[in-house]
Design a protein around this ligand. Structure first.
Ligand code: ADP
Ligand code: MG
Length: 182
């Protein structure tokens, strides 16, 4: 497996083969801004993964269940070394979710942190364990808005361009810089 120093030199550098992936981060319990920032740091520390871009932090309306607190969401792009399969990436993200849930699991329930793979360039998966492109990505403003912020012309692996056109729920309430507490 590539170590982290090598991971930054993806296919763009012509050095080590990798592909771009889009990860969506969400939290609506506790210190959501810290959880989202902590998740970005944890993902950045994964071997074979190199962070490309991270969106602002978006406060968004809870989807479906209206009596929940607002969410903090962000989207990031990473280069994933070809030695790391899509399922391995998913399992690593799940391990990060578990780490965060452990912090306050009993009291705060399962939504401390949700990490979804939205897309991996050139890869389609339609199993229960991993569906990519994420089937609801284009319906969710909390995915579409931050993704378009960092990749305005992004096209999913199934050829669908990302746009606001099909958005149905999870609308953005406000946007903060990644580093600000406002
Ligand atoms: P939510 O649908 O709200 O994200 P969960 O995070 O609890 O709910 O769902 C986790 C389940 O979804 C896991 O069993 C995982 O294997 C599956 N799954 C399928 N496709 C994906 C994907 N693209 N990203 C993350 N999890 C996925
Ligand atoms: Mg999830």
């Amino acid at each position: 497996m590539a170590d982290k120093d090598q991971a930054g030199h993806g296919s763009a550098a012509g050095n080590q083969a990798s592909r771009l992936a889009v990860i969506a981060i969400g939290s609506n319990i506790g210190d959501t801004l810290s959880y989202v920032r902590g998740a970005v740091a944890a993902i950045a520390a994964l071997p074979g993964i190199s962070v490309q871009k991270v969106s602002s932090l978006y406060q968004t309306e809870p989807a479906h269940v209206k009596d929940q607190d607002v969410f903090t969401n962000a989207v990031m792009t990473v280069l994933v070394d070809d030695s790391v399969s899509a399922l391995e990436l998913l399992h690593r993200l799940q391990a990060i979710e578990t780490d965060f849930h452990r912090v306050r699991h009993e009291h705060w329930g399962p939504r401390t942190l949700d990490l979804d793979i939205i897309d991996i360039a050139g890869e389609i998966s339609d199993t229960e364990e991993l569906r990519i492109p994420h089937p609801y990505a284009l319906l969710r403003d909390f995915v579409v808005s931050p993704l378009l912020e960092i990749e305005p012309d992004y096209v999913l692996a199934d050829g669908k361009p990302v746009s606001h056109e099909a958005v149905e729920y999870g609308f953005v309430i406000s946007v903060n810089d990644f580093g600000s507490n406002g």
